[in-house]
Design a protein around this ligand. Structure first.
Ligand SMILES: CC(C)(COP(=O)(O)OP(=O)(O)OC[C@H]1O[C@@H](n2cnc3c(N)ncnc32)[C@H](O)[C@@H]1OP(=O)(O)O)[C@@H](O)C(=O)NCCC(=O)NCCS
Length: 146
């Protein structure tokens, strides 16, 4: 597996992966918004031996903090550490950007993702009721560096 920063040419395959990963009630990133994020934020990709994009993580940069906006790994490649490496590398990057506070929101029923975030130092902050279109609550998590 190779990990690298996304560039503008990655727009179409990234958008295709997003459609596999997130149904409409989970607020998938649109093609237009990926274009915006490629220009203004930071996207890290996981690429297999055939140079297909099999995972990505997107972080929004704010002045003093950052938000993990999206993270996903293609179903065939899950459970092999790809999500963990993407998140770890992103946190490393944000550390060097001096973003000591990182937040995210995750479906309260997404046990795998919550477990991954907890493993990487995120703590439960609060619940945002009925955040998702199907009525599911969002869990807001935060990671603070001293
Ligand atoms: C969440 C997701 C990104 C994890 O990626 P992954 O590459 O499968 O995860 P990894 O193999 O790196 O596992 C890292 C940790 O995640 C958690 N995890 C992963 N799969 C899990 C499972 N089936 N059950 C419970 N925990 C799991 C564990 O904490 C695991 O650490 P461990 O191996 O020490 O137990 C992936 O399942 C995914 O893309 N899901 C669909 C999209 C999504 O829900 N994204 C998150 C939106 S907030």
């Amino acid at each position: 597996m190779r990990y690298r920063a996304a560039v503008s040419d990655d727009l179409n395959p990234l958008f295709q992966l997003e459609q596999q990963l997130f149904s409409s009630e989970n607020y998938p990133v649109s093609r237009r918004m990926f274009k915006y994020h490629l220009e203004h934020n930071f996207i890290l990709l996981a690429e297999n031996e055939s140079q297909e994009i099999v995972g990505y993580i997107l972080a929004l940069r704010r002045k003093t903090w950052a938000k993990i906006y999206s993270l996903g790994v293609s179903s065939k490649y899950r459970g092999a550490g790809v999500g963990f490496v993407l998140l770890k590398e992103m946190l490393e990057y944000l550390h060097h950007q001096d973003k000591k506070r990182v937040v995210l929101e995750v479906r309260i029923d997404n046990k795998q993702a919550i477990s991954l975030y907890a493993k990487c130092g995120f703590k439960k902050l609060k619940i945002s009721p009925s955040f998702y279109k199907d009525g599911c609550d969002a869990l807001i998590m935060q990671r603070l560096e001293k």
